[in-house]
Design a binder for this molecule. Structure first.
Ligand code: ACO
Length: 340
């Protein structure tokens, strides 16, 4: 629904950054009791990127944001809100990573804040940006999903360390009066009854940082992988069916299905349930692993930079993560097609 003044929110540009250092399955074979074969078969992941020790979530976020701003063709001064989704902020929990990124970009005196919705963070941000724009409060919003997941991964725990990678993605969401450019719909939801499926126990008010919390490894991500897997397939499929039905859009109308890149088997199960063809489904999980809030914008950036994503193409985003949270979005790409 648009506001009475018919202002719509549109995805005007995309950008991403992946750190150069590659951690391959073969590297992991030397670190934990695992094999390239197991990881490939169970997850589809072959390698993931790892940020340098002195490269922080905000650094990656700022690099992705710079690309998105440049591609949107707007001046930094035109940005009136900066939002960052991350569960691996520079600091737990002040200042926000959005504030640090703003400073790194030279954006000052502009509202900035973080949200925490794990892997659903970027699509949650889309819903917030849409509401801010359609209410008339803002006109050009920079949204960023950025994660240095390696900072909360225990590289002696084979059940989690094989899954995650670092990276960032960003987009400019702008006001438009052109309805054909508008974000069509976003579903975002959560169920805290499953909060214990994905947890980083410390630091926080439950387990403030202490020697014992470190000794117990409470600063590392913990996941009930198998339970999360089953719920992810069911929830993602149902959510997509619901958003398509509500908007009277058929699966075959979707040019790019961009699911959260956590596990190839989850993507395949959802894609098959929706009868998506291989050409429709965007896959980056093999080369980046699960980059949490950065996963969806990095995947969109991938098809943008390859020239596959063209102005006006209809995308369906679908994501699921800690909280538990999930979200889907239907939107056209309102930016210019890349020129090679
Ligand atoms: N190498 C070899 N064996 C392993 C490894 C490994 N890296 N990890 C686990 N195993 C073993 C287990 O110990 C177990 O052995 P057992 O049968 O002897 O007990 C066996 O493999 C099977 O383990 P499962 O955990 O049941 O394996 P599963 O098929 O479920 O795959 C995985 C695990 C890949 C984690 C999967 O469950 C998954 O992808 N879950 C969903 C992740 C997700 O979507 N998360 C949400 C987003 S993340 C976010 O929000 C930040």
């Amino acid at each position: 629904m648009s506001s009475a003044s018919s202002v719509y929110a549109s995805l005007r540009s995309i950008g991403a950054y992946a750190p150069p250092k590659v951690l391959s399955n073969c590297d992991l074979e030397t670190m934990v009791d695992t094999t390239d074969e197991w990881i490939t078969k169970r997850t589809g992941i072959k390698e993931r990127r790892i940020a340098a020790e002195d490269e922080f979530t905000s650094d990656m976020g700022a690099k992705a944001a710079n690309k998105a701003i440049e591609r949107a063709g707007i001046a930094k001064e035109e940005i009136d809100l900066v939002l960052c989704a991350t569960v691996t902020p520079d600091y737990f929990n002040m200042p926000s990573t959005a504030c640090i990124i703003s400073d790194k970009l030279g954006i000052h005196n502009v509202q900035a804040f973080d949200i925490s919705a794990a892997c659903s963070g970027f699509v949650y941000l889309l819903s917030i940006a849409k509401a801010f724009i359609e209410s008339g409060m803002k006109r050009n919003i920079l949204i960023i999903g950025a994660e240095k997941f390696s900072s909360i991964v225990d590289y002696t725990d084979r059940s989690t360390c094989i899954l995650f990678g670092d990276g960032a993605g960003a987009a400019i969401i702008s006001a438009t009066s052109n309805k054909s450019e508008a974000i069509i719909d976003i579903h975002a939801s959560a169920d805290g009854a499953y909060a214990d499926f994905l947890v980083t126990p410390s630091p926080g008010s439950v387990h403030p940082a202490s020697q014992s919390s470190l000794d117990e490894g409470l600063n590392f991500v913990q996941m009930k992988g198998n339970e999360t897997f089953k719920l992810a397939v069911k929830t993602l499929t149902n959510d997509v069916i619901a958003i398509l039905k509500k908007n009277s859009i058929n699966t075959e109308d979707i040019l790019h299905f961009v699911p959260h890149q956590a596990n190839y088997r989850i993507i395949k199960a959802v894609g098959d349930a929706l009868k998506m063809s291989e050409e429709q489904v965007v896959l980056t999980v093999g080369k980046y692993g699960n980059t949490s809030a950065a996963s969806i914008p990095m995947a969109i950036n991938e098809i943008y930079e390859s020239g596959r994503l063209k102005k006006g193409d209809l995308m369906l985003l679908d994501t699921f993560g800690g909280g538990l949270t999930w979200a889907s979005a239907l939107l056209p790409f309102a930016g210019e097609t890349i020129q090679h």
